[in-house]
Design a protein around this ligand. Sequence first.
Ligand code: NOJ
Length: 766
Amino acid sequence: MFLICEYQQNDYMKIKYLPILLVLLTFCASPKKETINKIDNKAGSPYEDKIEALIAKMSLQEKIGQTAQRGTSSRGKGLSEELKQAVREGRVGSFLNLKGKANVAELQRLAVEESPNGIPLIFARDVIHGYKTIFPIPLGQAATWNPKIVERGSRVAAIEATSMGIRWTFAPMLDISRDPRWGRIAESAGEDPFLTSEMAKAYVKGFQGDNLNSQTSLAACGKHFVGYGAAEGGRDYNTAIIHDQLLHNVYLKPFKAAKEAGIATYMTSFNELNGIPASGNKYILQDVLRDTWNFDGFVVSDWNSITEMIAHGYSENPKAAAKSAANAGLDMEMTSQAYDNHLEELIKEGAVSMDQLDDMVRNILRIKFKMGLFDTPYFDKNQDVLYKEDHLVSAKEAAVQSMVLLKNRDDVLPINEGRKIALIGPLADAPHEQLGTWTFDGEKEHTVTPLSTLTKQYGKKVTYVKGLANSRDNSSKDFKKAIKAAKKSDLIVFVGGEEAILSGEAHSRANINLPGAQEELLTELAKTGKPIVLVIMAGRPITLGNILDKVDAVLFAWHPGTMGGPALVELLYGKASPSGRLPVSWPKTVGQIPVHYNHKSTGRPASKESFVHIDDIPEFAWQSSLGNTSHYLDAGFSPQYPFGYGLTYSKFNCEGLTQSSSSLSNGGKIVVTATLNNIGDRKATEVVQLYVQDEFASITRPVKELKGFKRITLEAGKCEKVTFEINKEDLSFYNADGEWVTEAGSFKFWIGPNAMEGLSGSFEVE
Ligand code: NOJ
């Protein structure tokens, strides 16, 4: 279809000056890359002389002290005399979870003024999706497909956390997560290495700011290195078996992107990787991280993950665990004290060399120097930056952009102003729950819920019935009340999902439908004949098979954080149009998992033509595989909603695919374009996605891989030309010989609104 539309004014300018811009960008981009490498290379670091001078003065005990991260409970307040004495003696390098400005200041004073060489401490905390002002959970932030939102969210978190003396966060979590049963999928950016890498760069930039040296810079920690998201069966802490090509082509990619963005630290994961626990795994810690990537920051273990190597069946005792971890290149130990108790002995026995220990200490001191802790160890205690107005505005915008409209039968959304609403459900007014997992510091008193937004901010008369005490409540005692309210309304807005505690660490679920009696309540409400808008707040995709037909609209809100209420209400009433897109494929049923768009083809790829549903198999059919392909008889082969999917209140089409060439040579690039048209009647945002397939290669490649995306907002009736560039580097992969290569041959590409639709073209790599 040829569509005449008006280009937005600035688009014309973009197109006219695009060639000049591209030349300029290419010119400016290359030196920047080199600078990053230079800064990260320790040979070029301005601190090396200072580090060496300091190491020369340090006693063995002090060196071991730098490798110790001591914990206090995340809820704890006081300081024990034992801890204070350990700091005075230089036996601690870092603290985690210490609460209270005065405690932080006191321990830092002891370290700087009373310990033998006055080495400052670094204070760490899990500041995952906000400190006080809580942004949507990371999976929700990934659903914005907007790195600027993520960067802003982590900047806000950094400003707030550093005002309390915290200078190091255990974030971002960069684990590729392809199993929504795994509770920690909530903390991830989903299933895709490209999207996660873009988010990784944004997190690092946001947390660390322009310079680690700044007082508002929060050193970032890429975790969990590596393979934690590949836990078998989605059960937390479980074994990960990841072959080398998959490790490099998928799981390591976001960590590499974080390294290139200048991340200061990494954390090892709890899992074993191909038989060797990550905390004792020399291949990933030394060969990959140091020797190949040239990383010069430091690596911390996860909580007790060094001594957990005993339970893994890898180390016989804490001493053996300390030996494996140190020799693998793990610099700092979180909470357990295997280094503290055994490194001295191991060094004396020659089981760990002094050179190895010195290297560990160097890595830690390098970051402390880069952070300016030696010059400015103390923080300004008088700052008042928590919950600042602009922080709340940013948190609301992030929540608006994160919510994904999955279904909208007969355009039931946006809600017409005059309609009488029954607000029902366990999460409509649950301030603590909407903050989501890993929010030690978020406060429900500062959280704005959908109910309070509707009634207090918008002054609407809403009939509210909770219906269920919480998301897991199985009782039907309040059903009648809910049904009565529904009958008196024009429309039901049901806000359900999962409480915050149902996702996150150690909170995996075998069934991922709406818990408790939520499905039953929705089924009863549907019988009233009133339209139902289902809003889900949850930490993972939720299987909807039992209720999808019974509801008219589904708006997926993740756990949206402090400003979730106002964000939701803006979308419900059409003040903004939904623009979130799925960062994960959405399963129809748990039995389909893992279901991710970038799977391999198999020798018998599934297709609509070959699919036979379980109900269509004739009785006594001949037992034969012929004609069948790689699918489930009862669930087919596609997800409920594909990766990248999301609706808006307008309609878009993409047309007029062009490509600058049909072949790609060394040093060259292919420019592909398409025109995006807003053919609906309101302003809205589309996320245009570029996918590529390497059709034949020396190792099989995924059926599609995301290689680019653009969020584009258009007024009704407007259009914009969308441009992507593909070069050889974008197509490279880690082959069976452990080399990064781009092989000659044919490639397909797609430009579209999600992983299952799009305009397609092809090209040859020479
Ligand atoms: C364990 C978690 O796996 C990790 O992500 C977190 O940062 C540490 N505990 C510290 O709380």
